[in-house]
Ligand binder design. Sequence first.
Ligand code: SF4
Length: 391
Amino acid sequence: MAIERIQEELRPRFVQFFAPLQAPGGMPAGWKILDIETDQGVSLVFTGPHSTFTIELERRDAARACLARTVHFNVYYSVVDRLAPERRTYDADERVLFECVVACIAAREGELALTDVTDWSARVRVREIEVSRMLAPESPRVYYMNAYVGCMIGCSFCYASHRGETSRWLEGLPRTRWGQWADVKINAAEVLRRECDNLEPGIVRMSPIITDPYQPIERKYAITRQALEVLLEKGFIPVILTRSSLILRDIELLARFPQAAVGFSIPTDDDAIRAAVEPGAESIEARLDTLRQLHDAGISTYAMLQPMLPLDPERYVEMLAPLVHAIDIRPLCEVPRLEETLRQIGRPGPLDPGWEEATYKTIRAAFEARGVVVNPENEPWAYLAPPGHRR
Ligand code: SF4
């Protein structure tokens, strides 16, 4: 496999693209840009009078619901409001800001000279990328980082695939199959060490959505392991999410952190369904076994039930509750793709919204009755079990 070595180029380009917003009068008073990220499409994080507001750009696709569309982009938003985390709509201030951003995109997107080429026959492609930053801020003392961009586990429902494809399209690369490419942040440890020296220590979420930190090429590159070594040295706290038992390679390193949490995505208790939807990932049994070993090593463990595939709620809670301190339960995403996959194996799809709601309520109540923290998503510190905690 030929490996290309390149410099990160997309992020500086989009910092420049959105420069008009930073000019006097470019956006409403009281707001400022906290971050611009280009690993997963383009994300702009703003802080304002009472909220952190994220606006995301994805390649235009009329079939995907979004808040605004320009000639080339679907535009989305999300709000993190610590005073009202359940809030899912935006207020008048945020709306004005959103409209400023959409106007900026519409005015400048013609300069991007975007092309549209697809190559489904393309073979696996790995690039080594020299990046200029690793830690992206999420909220005070909470950061996230991606050791890689792209994921060779290649789950069929992967929400990240559209975002990853958008970034490659913006680079002028042809569209290829999800699971067939990955970018390796080859200088991650060096950049991370420099950043940690200048930031207040806190939680570092390792790879929220665009990649799995223990995907197969981690065996060769060990970027995640190198990052953990830096975080340990600098007093930061990793909160990892994976589907791979390769993390056991680092169990001794993880156990040396005063605090660390490791989560496993476990979307069903039925391995036949898992095999259809996530053919490149490990079995449910292997994930449970890995969770058990991490838990026994004294590391905080959690599970992520996303997407909630068909499952037996009682069995699911029974197998996981003894192994985890917390669980995140999220709704289905990419429903049409999932339904098609389930149809192909002759299983009823999760078509009925009533099923999803009823299962969610049952599972949530059962985990809470077993003392498991449910949905710490808006409070990342809750992924960490109190010192000395053992289930
Ligand atoms: S392991 Fe995660 S990032 Fe990788 S393809 Fe599956 S869902 Fe996407």
